[in-house]
Ligand binder design. Structure first.
Ligand code: SF4
Length: 399
């Protein structure tokens, strides 16, 4: 049993953390500029693990994955500071091939040109890890490299998130959890005597054992709206660096037009003393950083608003199910009437929380399997969009 509470070697003043936001068109230059404001000498002779967001298969500039030039600049900066080894690791969402995600994101290419190893962290063993201050979880399976390397750097892309408000440095560490352990965080029961969403409590719990030593937030092209994968790219042309992941996230939130105090997993983690989100207690440079605030569109409260005549019955689903369904509906919503009674709204259920569903419901994802006799069932965890159409085309639930 292990834990990895990090006192960052890059932190000068824990009470008043420093955040630098570099602005400009070049992801590489912004990252080098921001990192140059930090004393990187603690990496000398150490092994450094970079944890970008390459959890999905998406190209650079899509706002889904970390910009490869941010990763390239980080590799170069840590090597120049004397790191004994620098590697890039990821454990993507279920169903995604890690190496394919690295390839399509462009991270594989910048790593190869620097002879920097890529690690599919799901291919290595997990480490069962206690979460001593956990409220929603008591232990976690963590990818072994997170403990093998001396320094862990979180390099997320700046996004809004349909379940957690935003996904930034703190939430990006969820991608250090082994294989399906990540999905399990979305399936937790309510915490007794606590009205907060279990996923937000769980992310704060993860922060209790897995805070990065340094955060580099890629805000070159982020994602607004239905993040983490079905929103729209939004350029902010910034890279934010801090030794305090919560402070970095709080500044990113402000630049996105949000308050970290309203992002539950950040507020809960800060309340436990894992970092600072009060902007007044953060030293932020450059002094004119507020001039670059550009509000991100928030995720819609309910998918049905976007698709008239379709009722999305969502009870405690994961973002993976929502993303699959949204992308499917964007493409095929008009075709659903071919498979369901005409002149009636189509009900689609996702998530684990349904006691019952109406007759003729399209039940998407394994969580809805107990209602499969009420309509059409699409298996998968997460389900695959093409499978929804496949199952529909074989179904008999028509007029
Ligand atoms: S079926 Fe969907 S909602 Fe259920 S655990 Fe899998 S991804 Fe999450």
């Amino acid at each position: 049993m292990k834990s990895k509470l990090s006192e960052s070697p890059f932190s000068k003043n824990r009470e008043r953390p420093f955040v630098y936001a570099a602005f400009g068109k070049s992801a590489y230059e912004n990252t080098r500029k921001a990192l140059s404001l930090f004393d990187l000498s603690p990496v000398c002779g150490k092994r450094v693990l970079l944890k970008p967001n390459a959890g999905r298969v998406a190209p650079p500039g899509s706002g889904v994955v970390t910009d490869p030039q941010v990763v390239a600049a980080a590799i170069d900066a840590f090597r120049e500071a004397g790191a004994a080894e620098t590697a890039v690791g990821e454990s993507p969402i279920t169903g995604v091939n890690t190496m394919e995600a690295f390839e399509v994101s462009g991270i594989a290419s910048v790593a190869a040109s620097r002879n920097c190893p890529l690690i599919d962290m799901d291919e290595l063993p997990s480490v069962e890890t206690d979460v001593p201050e956990g409220k929603a979880i008591n232990s976690l399976k963590v990818c072994a490299p997170v403990f093998d390397y001396d320094i862990v750097v979180s390099i997320p892309v700046m996004k809004t998130h349909m379940h957690t408000g935003v996904t930034l440095s703190v939430k990006n560490m969820k991608g250090c959890l082994w294989r399906r352990s990540k999905v399990l965080l979305h399936m937790l029961p309510p915490v007794k005597g606590n009205s907060e969403k279990p996923i937000n409590i769980a992310i704060a719990d993860v922060s209790g054992i897995l805070r990065p030593h340094l955060s580099i937030i890629d805000g070159m092209t982020g994602m607004e709206g239905l993040g983490p994968s079905a929103g729209f790219p939004k350029a902010l042309n910034t890279v934010i660096v801090s030794a305090d992941a919560f402070a970095a996230d709080a500044v990113a939130c402000k630049l996105m037009g949000l308050d970290a105090e309203n992002i539950d997993h950040l507020r809960l983690g800060a309340e436990r003393g894992y970092g600072t989100i009060n902007i007044d207690n953060i030293e932020i440079e450059p002094g004119n950083w507020k001039d670059f605030i550009s509000p991100f569109e928030k995720p819609p409260e309910n998918l049905s608003i976007q698709f008239p005549n379709i009722n999305v019955l969502d009870k405690s689903s994961c973002s993976a199910c929502q993303s699959t369904l949204l992308l499917f509906l964007k493409k095929y919503a008009g075709k659903l009437s071919d498979y369901f009674p005409k002149n009636e709204a189509v009900n689609i259920a996702i998530g684990k929380g349904h006691d019952d569903v109406p007759l003729n419901t399209l039940c998407v994802g394994n969580c809805t399997s107990k209602h499969k006799n009420k309509g059409i069932f699409v298996p998968g965890c997460p389900p695959v969009g093409s499978e929804i159409l496949n199952v529909l085309s074989k179904s008999k639930t028509k007029e």
